[in-house]
Design a protein around this ligand. Structure first.
Ligand code: NAI
Length: 475
């Protein structure tokens, strides 16, 4: 082994949290290294983590391809456009997705180079005294020492003991992004974010998709009204979502997956061609910590940190999916930046109360802040104002009338406490709520801001006006 290399900051993991931390640390003048073990589909190192390789970006590529295909059969007719024999070439669609992934993973390597970050390709383990040992892909080992070490190891799919991933018939998000043909029947365990997004992709392309969800309520984390409206749209699209369905068996026989589950009606059996298991993710802390580092894990294997992402061990920090909080790339971005700034002696902070959530289905579902159910449970007095996209000229002109915007504001102070949206492009519109809440704004503030006409954002404006019962376009 060569001599120990010294850095100001060593980041383990080049996913959203890790690469943001590394680039910001380098921008702030610190000598920075970043370690990542992942390989791309071509077997070469690929930076960017789950998000860029097998998560946010590739899933959006397939969501957009499949939406175009779906629109041909379902929306184009409204516009007076007809065609014969629409076909989908799955390998071309997946190839496009792979190209986008390569562009973005390669982009991170370029950003590292431009910021003079030393990249190590291999598996990093933290040892006592801020020493990091990296097992590189060529079998060699390097030893690094950091004044600061930022753990950003991400998360892995949770596997069910009776439905082990085989990469062929029973898959996680990685496999479901790479089917070589549209499965005739796709089973999905878990009606969460991944189940709904990837279930939508293959449903739009013609698969018969059955989603089995253990919980009795659909999208329990979302506002109840938003979940109800979204469920109605998914049903129209042919997504079969079974709630309160507890799967107990998944057997691969003759190239098919035989599923057994129990619901309110008793034991049920279905047969599918592919099974996607999307029941959540767990922190990827395995192998990350050698004995004696002093870094603690909680009961779910997450690295224990304080509100500043500090582990309690001098100079050791942790960010992103491997710590508490929502497993969202953008939460990781902000934690990565905040920690780099804290190390540099600057203020760094992430406001968990204003982190937006988006589910990229059709219609999209997005929210920030509290749901009505949470406000009721916490006894917070509130007023709600909502507005449907069916009354928004731009949405109707786009043939996207589904969904609504709801603004929740404190009954006494009028401060916005939450915004819930279902509809076209609400992944963008939700940021009106994020900004308003971040600046402690009121529903009246939002209602008095001039919004362009015609635009989808008018639904936000009218929903804010509706909080005070003065929406102009509402009878
Ligand atoms: P999730 O936590 O969103 O949903 C998992 C679902 O599976 C839950 O509804 C749960 O009740 C259900 N479930 C759990 N065990 C089950 C069982 N044995 N049988 C049936 N249902 C069961 O997790 P998901 O979809 O796997 O996503 C993982 C993480 O990735 C999430 O934390 C999510 O936030 C993140 N992600 C975010 C995206 C976005 O922001 N658009 C996109 C994809 C993933």
């Amino acid at each position: 082994m060569s001599d120990t290399q010294q850095f100001d900051v060593i980041v383990i993991g080049a996913g959203p949290a890790g690469y943001h931390a590394a680039i910001r640390a380098a921008q702030l003048g610190m000598k920075t290294a970043c370690i990542d073990a992942a390989l791309g589909k071509d077997g070469k190192p690929a930076l960017g983590g789950t998000c860029l390789r097998v998560g946010c970006i590739p899933s959006k590529a397939l969501l957009d391809s499949s939406r175009q295909f779906w629109n041909m059969g379902h929306i184009f007719g409204d516009h007076g456009i007809s065609f014969d024999n629409a076909k989908i070439d799955v390998s071309a669609m997946v190839g496009r997705k792979d190209k986008i992934v390569k562009q973005f993973t390669g982009g991170i390597a370029q950003l590292f180079k431009a910021n003079k970050i030393t990249a190590f390709y291999g598996f990093g383990t933290l040892h006592a005294g801020n020493v990091v040992k990296v097992k590189q892909h060529d079998g060699s080992e390097v030893e690094l020492k950091g004044t600061n070490v930022i753990l950003a190891a991400g998360s892995d799919s949770i596997e069910l003991p009776f439905a082990k991933f085989d990469g062929q018939h029973i898959v996680d998000n990685v496999g479901a992004l790479d089917f070589t043909e549209v499965p005739k029947r796709l089973g999905v365990i878990g009606a969460g974010v991944i189940g709904l997004e990837l279930g939508s992709v293959w449903n739009r392309l013609g698969a018969k998709v059955t989603i089995l969800e253990a919980m009795p309520d659909f999208l329990a984390a979302a506002d109840g009204e938003a979940a109800k409206v979204a469920a109605r749209e998914f049903k129209k699209q042919g997504l079969d979502i079974q709630l309160g369905a507890k799967v107990s068996k998944a057997e691969v026989k003759n190239g098919e997956v035989h599923l057994t589950y129990t619901d309110a009606k008793g034991e049920q059996n279905i047969v599918v061609d592919k099974l996607l298991v999307a029941v959540g993710r767990k922190a990827a802390s395995k192998g990350l910590l050698a004995d004696g580092t002093g870094v603690q894990l909680d009961e779910r294997g997450r690295i224990v940190v304080d509100e500043h992402c500090h582990t309690g061990v001098d100079g050791v920090w942790a960010v992103g999916d491997c710590v508490r909080g929502p497993m969202l790339a953008h939460k990781g971005f902000e934690e990565g930046i905040a920690v780099a700034e804290l190390i540099a002696g600057l203020p760094g902070h992430v406001n968990f109360d204003t982190i937006p959530w988006v589910i990229y289905t059709e219609p999209e579902i997005a929210w920030v802040g509290k749901t009505e159910e949470q406000l009721k449970a916490e006894g917070i007095p509130y007023k709600a104002g909502s507005f449907p996209f069916a009354a928004v000229g731009r949405a109707v002109a786009m043939a996207e009338p589904a969904g609504f915007v709801k603004v929740l504001a404190h009954a006494e102070t009028d401060r916005v406490l939450g915004m819930h949206l279902v509809g076209a492009n609400v992944s963008e519109l939700v940021h009106e709520g994020v900004l308003t809440m971040e600046f402690s704004g009121s529903a009246d503030d939002l209602a008095r801001i001039c919004h362009a006409h015609p635009s989808l954002s008018e639904a936000v404006h009218d929903a804010a006006m509706a909080v005070h019962k003065r929406a102009i376009h509402k009878a």
